[in-house]
Design a binder for this molecule. Structure first.
Ligand code: MSP
Length: 524
């Protein structure tokens, strides 16, 4: 599983987001998850590549720009620089690249890719007639539409009327890939996750695939079809190719070979078919290797519906980080909602978890331990008289569980539950051992016992800082500093997950200082 330099990077991507509006909690959900996954793999010592970006062509963006009286390019530039990039910086997203589909490094390669398909006979000209949802930028089938008022047909996701298209288009022979895709899914049972997503795709492909219209001719905000500039490339074909163009496809072969194929494409469940059906077929058609895994996350819901700006239910992440802080925000959604399932956000649930898990269980443990080492040992970590084997064993088990859950299975909730169970165990150990009472026993045995208790708790926190660093980097840094760990063990980001469980790494004599509370009391 491990990737070391020289081998291909562990490559994770988010969807590239439409810039018709500012980001909301749903977009941040996928991006934070990807960030935690990549930071986890970095702490395994692997070379990692994390990509995000923006999807800037198509009718949806064009109409939004028109409605605001600016050109689409001006609109995109403004949104990217003023809303999207600043949010990712605010949320401490450590992406290695940010691709915009209006960049030349993308548009030129997309044209070459499509030209190649044309030259190979994979594309032909035809006529398209049928419903289209501009919100999804997707050709719909009549059977999936909902009935609205006055006979209108509605998109099942946006609940808004679809448009009827009748255009001359170019088509990709997607229908010829059904069996090859099914064979591939069969040979790679982990390709589509979770299982519910895999089943949905299998069922869809088994029904038989239609050829895919890959161009539009009634507007011009897109990449021109190279052999016929009256057409622009369908925005989804353009967008999917970002995963290849961003890592050097057709431009920097060494970079491409060292990064592609992606290990994990994170996507929302609404865009699963594009990634699990159309994208692999496009790659097969051009003879490129397929990604390792498509993982579909569920939706953040509001009032039983997908949170979205177009439903006016989009909440901006800053509204929550102002109150709870960035690290608690990064933690909360991954801890509260099993990754892959839908979940509702509630202010009350967030407050409850903040107070009980972050402030009480974790924050108090850190400040109690630092305060006691300060009070009883002048801030110098004492040497343990014995190893508390039960705690050391529990730590080893925690590291193994969290590593598998987060690093391999993308089960963030399960991994965090393992770490917080361990925090609880250490809290329980302190309550049982009552070091504040033991401290009154000034005999050598009493002092040795006190030293063991406080060493055990501080050493446990050393491991917790490493395990939580991918999720809550700023808090973990504070904890690392308060344990005086850097001087002896080096930078927190250089700590390896595999070593987190070796007991006794924090040496006696480390300078423990009580810093600010890791999680201050919430203002009501
Ligand atoms: N531009 C396309 C993706 C192209 S990828 C080659 C797109 N963009 S989007 O901005 O509409 O949404 C992209 C993603 O945002 C979703 O797939 C999902 O990952 C995330 N989410 C948007 N709303 C969401 C929720 N309410 N809940 C969870 N994730 C959501 O589709």
């Amino acid at each position: 599983m491990a990737n070391t330099s020289g081998e291909s990077a562990f490559y994770v991507s988010t969807p590239i987001y439409y810039v018709n509006d500012a980001p909301h909690l749903g977009h941040a959900y996928t991006t934070v998850a990807g960030d935690v996954l990549t930071r986890w793999h970095r702490q395994r010592g692997e070379r990692v590549w994390y990509l995000t970006g923006t999807d800037e062509h198509g009718q949806k963006i064009m109409r939004t720009a028109e409605a605001h009286g600016v050109s689409p390019q001006e609109w995109c530039d403004k949104l990217v620089e003023e809303s999207w990039k600043p949010l990712w910086r605010h949320l401490e997203i450590a992406n290695d690249d940010f691709i915009r589909t209006t960049e030349k490094r993308h548009t030129e390669r997309v044209q070459e890719f499509v030209q190649d398909l044309y030259d190979k006979g994979e594309i032909y000209k035809g006529g398209y007639e049928g419903p289209y949802c501009v919100g999804c930028e997707e050709f719909k089938t009549p059977g999936e539409l909902l009935d609205g008022e006055d006979g209108a047909k509605l998109c099942p996701i946006h609940k808004r009327p679809v448009e009827w298209l009748q255009e001359d288009n170019y088509f990709f022979k997607l229908s010829e890939y059904g069996q090859r895709l099914l064979d591939f899914y069969d040979e790679h049972p982990d390709f589509i996750q979770p299982a519910s997503a895999r089943n949905e795709v299998l069922q869809f492909v088994r029904q038989g695939l239609q050829d895919l219209s890959i161009s539009r001719s009634t507007f011009d905000w897109g990449i021109p079809i190279p052999w016929d500039d009256k057409h622009v490339i369908y925005v989804w074909v353009d967008a999917l190719l970002n995963y290849a163009t961003a890592v050097g496809y057709g431009a920097d072969q060494a970079k491409f070979d060292g990064t592609w194929p992606a290990n994990v494409h994170l996507v929302g469940k609404d865009i699963l078919r594009f990634h699990a059906v159309i994208w692999p077929a496009m790659l097969m058609a051009n003879g490129l290797p397929l990604p390792g895994r498509i993982f579909a996350n569920g939706w953040l819901m509001v009032g039983g519906e997908k949170m979205s700006k177009s439903n006016l239910t989009g909440i901006s992440p800053q509204q929550l980080t102002e109150h709870f802080g960035v690290d608690a925000y990064r933690y909360y959604f991954l801890r509260a909602i099993p990754f892959g399932q839908d979940g509702s956000f509630s202010w009350e649930d967030f407050s409850a978890r903040y107070t009980s898990e972050l402030a009480n269980d974790f924050g108090n443990l850190a400040s109690r331990v630092a305060a006691m080492v300060g009070k009883y040992f002048d801030g110098a970590l004492p040497e343990a008289a014995t190893t508390e084997q039960a705690i050391a064993d529990a730590l080893a088990d925690t590291v193994a569980r969290a590593d598998k859950a987060i690093g391999d299975d993308l089960d963030f909730a399960g991994g965090l539950a393992a770490v917080f169970d361990f925090v609880k165990l250490v809290n329980g150990y302190l309550s049982e051992q009552e070091p504040w009472k033991v401290a009154k026993d000034t005999s050598p045995e009493g002092q040795a016992k006190l030293a063991t208790i406080l060493y055990t708790a501080a050493e446990s926190l050393r491991a917790v800082a490493v395990l939580l660093n991918p999720v809550m980097p700023a808090t973990s840094e504070k904890l690392w500093a308060s344990l005086g760990a850097e001087e002896h063990l080096g930078a927190l980001s250089d700590q390896r997950i595999a070593e987190a469980s070796s007991w006794g790494r924090l040496p006696a004599g480390a300078r423990i200082v009580k810093g600010d509370n890791l999680f201050p009391r919430l203002e009501s």
